[in-house]
Design a protein around this ligand. Sequence first.
Ligand SMILES: Nc1ncnc2c1ncn2[C@@H]1O[C@H](COP(=O)(O)OP(=O)(O)OP(=O)(O)O)[C@@H](O)[C@H]1O
Ligand SMILES: C[C@@](O)(CCO)CC(=O)[O-]
Ligand SMILES: [Mg+2]
Length: 303
Amino acid sequence: MITCSAPGKVYLFGEHAVVYGEPAVCCAVDIRTRVSVAPADSVTISSSLGTTGIDFETHPYVSAVVERFREIISLEGVSIRIVSEIPVGSGLGSSAAVTIATIKALDTLLGTGLELDDIARMGHEVEQRIQGAASQTDTYVCTMGGVVMIPQRKGLDLIDCGIVIGNTNIFSSTKELVANVAELNESFPEVIGPVLSSIGMMSTVGEDLVNSKDYVSVGKLMNINQGLLDAIGVGCAELSSFTYAARNNGAYGAKITGAGGGGCMVAIAPREHVDDVAAAIAAAGGEAVVTEATDIGVREESR
Ligand SMILES: Nc1ncnc2c1ncn2[C@@H]1O[C@H](COP(=O)(O)OP(=O)(O)OP(=O)(O)O)[C@@H](O)[C@H]1O
Ligand SMILES: C[C@@](O)(CCO)CC(=O)[O-]
Ligand SMILES: [Mg+2]
């Protein structure tokens, strides 16, 4: 049996706008999905969502990965078991992590010799197939780890402060949220276009601030980015309440991460304040997790 893992991620800036070609800055976090594979006569996929064969209802991403491998190598059966610390449908890149960890595990089992760039590319193709429109961000950062700027694929300095995640525990489908933004953009292109460009500008301005570890300024930009995400309709009352709770309790800045509409928000904070920020999010009704950035992307854990 071979086990591979891949990290989740938070966006410092740029989700949604990145689907329209704007830049984004995304950071891998130390919360992982583990996928174990073993030879078998038929395909079995088992996770917290259930046990299935190839099944595009329950396991669309993993099923698409298996089909993709069948295009390059003979693959009759395989047993795939998923254990994840990343909440499903939460803005932390659960779909990218399960996709990338499955690709790496199958590559290792089948000896297809994929390089990291190939894994990221295949992961992006799978996200595009299942999600409709998908940027390369989640699959790239989850493959490489660290902090990356997209579309340049440029590595920035690892975030060296506390990261607190607040989960609304409201399931959100990235596919639906991306489609909602597309609809709003079609209805009001003159209004939404400039908002998306302004979101992109956060990354352009934020890049040097991340590299110089100026987290006070990064936090201010995250707060502006949050206002613009609200403007394009991907916020909700709980996400707003948790971001204010975080900001009022020592965070540098706080915003939605990922698709929004539910799911999670992220705050960056001095390490000495992370417990206060987490307690404030919990008091506002959220599930708070204190984490850190990680430069460990997809990797083999055991065989
Ligand atoms: N542990 C898991 N086991 C099996 N499938 C999973 C798992 N985690 C995520 N998935 C798949 O990913 C889907 C959720 O992906 P989606 O892109 O909507 O949310 P997300 O990736 O958590 O958030 P975001 O894309 O905003 O970061 C689930 O419906 C499921 O198909
Ligand atoms: C909402 C979005 O920008 C981020 C989802 O984590 C979608 C994407 O980039 O594919
Ligand atoms: Mg996703």
